[in-house]
Design a protein around this ligand. Structure first.
Ligand code: HEM
Length: 385
């Protein structure tokens, strides 16, 4: 049973369960010949994600020189002290107050999208995909009439293939647009995240760092949140008893989102880390200079950590999933993603308690690749049959 191919995409868990049973870490070689180590158990995942001897520093190759710096200074590809400084600067602007202030807008956007749902229709296209994009525009402060172009570049970058001419052109256009937007916000300050970042006093982000940070927020926060909303609705449609629990007690919606994060982790793996000294996990010692990644899908179903790990249970109270990572790179956007997903699920169920799949769940198609875990489409009806 392998990690590549249609069988894995349709259901990755049998292959991951086999690896997890065999040991905490495994050497994997992709069909393209790239070798890395994959961690499949929870305890070792926590160890790896918090280990300062694993470096996140990665070169960004394959872009024209003028775009290189604008892409490569992002904090997800940095170690301390660079990472510490970048994370401190953005955390000062990405406050709980700013996220909470977005709540009424997120509710408004969600209601509009839920009102527009067609039956039958595709929940990904109609709700899960547009919602996080509109919310990130609100958070960053992209003016309403400029969002069409912004959406075009963003979609090409998120859905496109790194290295293609189309992809590079979209990055170039986006970088140019962002530089102009920052200039406008410097000249006329705005009360949004980018406004706060450009007008920070004292130590502040350089122009390349600002571009890099904005693109990171856009990319890190979009597809992951699309997958979380889609996976939550999928799991509830697949488990009508659990859906009924939520309809009887809507206070369980946050717990259902946490259970989705655990059971169907939207970011299937963390991004790469590289060993800077030999790393021993179980009986394996990984040499220096090797790539390591954590399969969040595997570790969040580790029976050594979770009781009945394969069961979707909205009454589960033991928490502890690693879907947002762990350690210094723990997801900056977790509170925002949770808020969006809770609102989306809550509003969808209260408006359409009868939502259900129009195809058997086994026929649904999942996005390919090891990094993300989300549906390409989620065909639903919202009218009672
Ligand atoms: C980092 C998952 C939504 C911004 C991470 C990491 C994970 C993750 C696993 C750690 C990567 C690693 O250690 O290699 C998710 C999931 C999301 C989500 C599952 C939605 C369900 C968001 C949102 C934003 C965001 C909405 C922002 C708008 C970031 C940033 C980092 C990050 C900036 C890098 C933090 C650092 O390097 O210090 N995310 N994310 N994420 N995420 Fe998220």
């Amino acid at each position: 049973m392998g990690l590549f191919g249609e069988e894995y995409q349709a259901d990755p868990h049998p292959a991951l369960a086999e690896l997890r049973r065999d040991g905490p870490v495994h050497r994997v070689v992709t069909p393209g010949g790239v070798a890395f180590w994959m961690v499949t158990r929870w305890a070792e995942a926590r160890q790896v994600l918090a280990d300062p001897a694993l470096s996140k520093r990665q070169p960004v190759d394959g872009l024209p020189p003028e775009l290189q710096a604008a892409m490569a200074t992002q904090m997800l590809l940095r170690d301390p002290p660079d990472h510490t400084r970048l994370r401190r600067l953005v955390t000062a602007a990405f406050t709980a107050r700013r996220i909470e202030a977005l709540r009424p807008r997120v509710e408004e956007i969600t209601d509009r999208l839920v009102d527009g749902l067609e039956s039958p229709g595709d929940l990904i296209e109609a709700l899960a995909f547009p919602l996080p994009f509109e919310v990130i525009c609100e958070l960053l402060g992209v003016p309403g009439d400029e969002r069409g172009a912004f959406r075009g570049w963003s979609n090409t970058i998120i859905l496109g293939q790194f290295g293609t001419a189309e992809f590079t052109e979209a990055i170039g256009d986006l970088v140019g647009y962002l530089r102009g937007l920052f200039d406008r916000k410097r000249a006329r300050p705005t009360d949004d995240l980018l406004g706060a970042l450009v007008s920070a006093e004292g130590d502040r982000l350089s122009s390349d760092e600002l571009v890099s940070m904005t693109i990171l927020l856009l990319i890190a926060g979009h597809e992951t949140t699309v997958n979380l909303i889609g996976n939550a609705v999928y799991l509830l449609c697949r488990h009508p008893d659990q859906k009924k629990r939520l309809l009887d007690d809507p206070g369980l919606v946050p717990a259902a989102i946490e259970e989705t994060l655990r059971l169907a982790s939207p970011s299937a793996t963390t991004t790469y880390r590289v060993t800077t000294r030999p790393l021993t996990l179980g009986e394996v010692t990984i040499p220096v200079g090797e790539q390591v990644l954590v399969s969040l899908l595997a570790v969040n179903r580790d029976a050594q950590r979770f009781t009945a790990p394969d069961v979707f249970d909205v009454d589960r109270v033991d928490g502890g999933h690693l879907a947002f990572g762990h350690g210094i790179h723990f997801c900056l956007g977790a509170p925002l993603a949770r808020m969006e997903a809770q609102i989306a699920l809550g509003r969808l169920l209260s408006r359409h308690p009868d939502v259900h799949l129009t195809v058997p769940w086994q026929d649904l198609r999942w996005r390919s690749g090891l990094l993300m875990h989300g549906l390409t489409a989620l065909p639903i009806t919202v009218a009672a049959t």
